[in-house]
Design a protein around this ligand. Structure first.
Ligand code: ADP
Ligand code: MG
Length: 691
């Protein structure tokens, strides 16, 4: 690469140590890094829009005459300025303003504004737009190119970004080497990398803004492809590195597992047997395995994990099972405890809520090797926990954990010669095209079959106005000894509001269904109390459990056969599917009622219809990917999310097979390109990862 490109950002005008440090925090240390800091979106200030043709929700540049301007004293004091051109009028509204600002806006004066158009109480308005008072309409300034808006951090403004990228483009736009082979670059477009970068930083006015907004421009596709390729290669590198590490081979269990199977009371499904076989084959190797066990809620992943745990124990190793919540971890402790007791083994328990003395005792047992199996939460890898011979780490509902947490646990068992095997379980179905590329560091087993005898859940979609009918249904069901969940989801991203909604729903239900025992469960209830409530519901002392989405993960109460979800239109498909999976676990016919607040948008309509039509987790995941994007699927809500600059796995999913092909070709033909390509896109190391 040319030397300027590799030079530190310090060579640029205006970059002192302080700014350099801020940039470093964003992973930008060289001039070339700046070129890969791509705009998030663009603004069009290249043309004046007529006020009469503005649509709410869009951003626009307008200019006109000030009709009237003055301070309004309503619930909030604001400065209102009415602006008109030949085609219509619009109100500029400011809540923060100085006296000088107010004085500068005189009736009869001229002004230009850039901002987002909203539908206000008195017609169209812009709230706090950027504006400039003009001497006359002839003074309007329009830009000659679309304006890029860069992702940023506190203290670096957009003007600064434009200046920095201007300098970088001037210095080395042509000096960024192509790392893709010609063949794979040509597969997308004939744009050279440097042209694509220039275009995205400084799109000319002829570039269609809609195309850019949709990520459909060839320059975007060219770079998105390269970015996905870089991530995929990084995962493949990780897998290679793992191949160079050693693990203690663990042979299949010859004694304990066959014994357990005899007393299970059910036979494994074909898919479960297949998964067990894949897992124990992995564990038999002298390299640490990393396998993702995917299967819809209720498909029976726990027993598969038990097979792996028993193999480890029989080989003289320790095994841990980690779950993301106390509730779920306790459930595992209960199930595994019941299964393993006749084999003469009891798992030990480790949670954040144990007393010091008890905790010390358990830690001592783990350190001496006296305890073979531990079940718990992230407490399993706190600093004071050491294992004698940790051979297997099982992590349930992986997407709930940050990657760092899981790495910490694996590192516990790691010595120079020995890395534990890892089994990750997830109920979140991920489409195959995505796993092939973005989980390339893992092996994958899929349980695509439900245990026999399950009754499919009947799904009903109703408007919120039918709540009374739903309550009637609950009354009847509970009279027949059934139990019901009533879920109030997050409202506008506020945990506090969700708690409030659930609390008032619980109160209302208590008043309207006085003969039923109704309890409330949400994330702000102390853990010990939460467990009591859950236990009361499990044992039948509570008929209706009103909850926020905290019950989403893994809770298993086979007697619950009714699931009501309010405001279902606010939840994503995968989340709704998970919630629905809380019922239909026993042998009774179960019902899931999805209530919505109309009117429904077309995406929400499609989501609810999909749920009514199918209970296949993979079909639902595929649809979710199409409708919304992979956030949920890849666990981006927690840490460990892929941070893409330009790619969007949902939008660009059609490129995934090509990414995989290109990676294989590159590794074979130009392996020396791999390291620089990964470094270019994943500067701060692998921003996400599952290893
Ligand atoms: P998940 O995959 O959601 O973790 P679980 O492991 O909790 O599912 O299993 C759900 C229920 O199905 C449990 O009660 C479990 O004992 C039961 N189960 C698992 N496998 C089978 C099977 N092959 N036949 C019948 N029941 C099974
Ligand atoms: Mg489970």
């Amino acid at each position: 690469m040319d030397a300027t490109a590799q030079a530190s950002v310090g060579v640029l005008k205006g970059v002192g140590p302080q700014l350099a440090e801020k940039l470093e925090g964003l992973g930008i240390s060289t001039v070339a890094d700046l070129l890969f800091h791509l705009p998030l979106r663009y603004q069009d200030r290249t043309r004046l829009a007529a006020i009469g043709e503005l649509r709410p929700g869009t951003e626009a540049l307008i200019a006109g005459r000030i009709e009237v301007s003055g301070v309004r004293y309503g619930r909030r004091r604001s400065l209102m300025t009415v602006i008109s051109d030949d085609t219509g009028r619009l109100t500029m509204r400011q809540f923060h303003f100085s006296a000088t600002q107010a004085r500068g806006l005189n009736r009869g004066g001229f002004i230009q504004c850039y901002g987002e158009v909203r539908a206000g109480p008195a017609g169209l308005e812009m709230v706090h737009p950027e504006y400039r008072v003009l001497g006359g309409l002839q003074d309007v300034t329009v830009e000659t190119a679309l304006t890029p808006v860069y992702p940023t951090t506190e203290g670096i403004g957009q003007r600064r970004w434009r200046d920095l990228t201007d300098q970088a483009l001037g210095l080395c736009a042509g000096g960024i080497p192509e790392l893709l082979s010609e063949a794979c670059a040509a597969e997308f477009s004939d744009l050279a990398l440097s042209e694509a970068l220039l275009l995205l930083h400084r799109p000319s006015p002829e570039v269609d803004l809609e195309t850019l907004r949709d990520g459909a421009h060839p320059a975007q596709r060219r770079l998105a492809f390269e970015e996905m390729l870089a991530h995929h290669l990084a995962l493949r590198q990780r897998r290679q590195r793992r191949g160079a590490q050693t693990a203690t081979p663990i042979p299949p269990s010859a004694e304990l597992w066959p014994k357990l199977q005899e007393q299970l009371g059910f036979a494994l499904t074909g898919a479960q047997q297949h998964s067990v076989a894949e897992i124990v084959t992995d564990m038999g190797k002298a390299q640490p395995s990393l396998r993702l066990l995917q299967g819809d809620v209720g498909c029976g992943k726990t027993v598969v994990a038990a097979a792996a745990v028993l193999a480890a124990v029989e080989a003289g190793q320790q095994a841990v099972v980690m779950a993301p919540t106390e509730l779920l971890a306790e459930q595992h402790l209960g199930v595994l405890g019941r299964w393993f007791a006749p084999l003469g083994m009891q798992p030990v328990w480790l949670s954040g809520r144990m007393g010091q003395r008890e905790r010390k005792a358990v830690c001592a047992q783990l350190a001496s090797g006296e305890a073979k199996i531990a079940v718990g939460t992230h407490a399993l890898f706190q600093d004071d926990v050491a294992y004698q011979r940790l051979g297997l780490v099982v992590v349930d509902e992986q997407h709930r954990f940050g990657v760092a947490q899981r790495l910490a646990l694996r590192d516990k068992g790691q010595t120079d010669q020995h890395v534990p095997h890892q089994l990750i379980m997830s109920a979140t179905p991920i489409p195959r095209s995505l796993t092939m590329v973005m989980y390339a560091d893992m092996d994958i087993s899929v349980i695509d079959e439900m245990p026999p005898g399950r009754q499919p859940v009947e799904t009903v979609v109703l408007p919120n106005t039918r709540r009374e009918a739903v309550q009637e249904r609950i009354r009847e069901a509970c009279a027949r000894e059934r139990r019901a969940y009533w879920v109030c989801p997050l409202i506008e991203d506020s945990d506090a509001l969700a708690v409030q909604a659930a609390s008032s729903r619980a109160e209302a239900l208590k008043a309207e269904l006085p003969e039923l025992r109704i309890a409330l469960l949400h994330g702000r209830i102390p853990p010990a109390e939460k467990d009591q409530i859950m236990e009361a519901f499990r044992s039948g002392k509570v008929d209706v459990l009103v909850a926020t989405t905290v019950i989403e993960v893994g809770v298993d109460v086979p007697e619950a056969s009714l699931m009501v979800i309010e405001n279902a239109e606010r939840l994503g498909l995968s989340q709704l599917h998970q919630l629905r999976g809380r019922v239909g676990r026993g042998d009774r016919q179960s019902v899931c009622v999805l209530m919505y607040q109309g009117p429904l948008g077309s995406t929400a309509k499609e989501r609810l219809a999909t749920l009514r039509q199918t209970s296949d987790g993979f079909a639902i995941a595929q649809k979710d990917l199409e409708l919304r994007g992979p956030g949920e699927l890849l666990g981006t809500r927690q840490s460990g999310a892929p941070q893409f600059r330009i790619a969007d796995l949902a939008r660009d999913r059609a490129l995934l097979p090509a990414v995989q092909r290109a990676a294989t070709a590159l590794l074979r033909d130009q392996p020396e390109q791999v390291v620089p390509l990964v470094a270019r896109w994943l500067r701060a190391g692998l921003a996400f990862s599952h290893a």
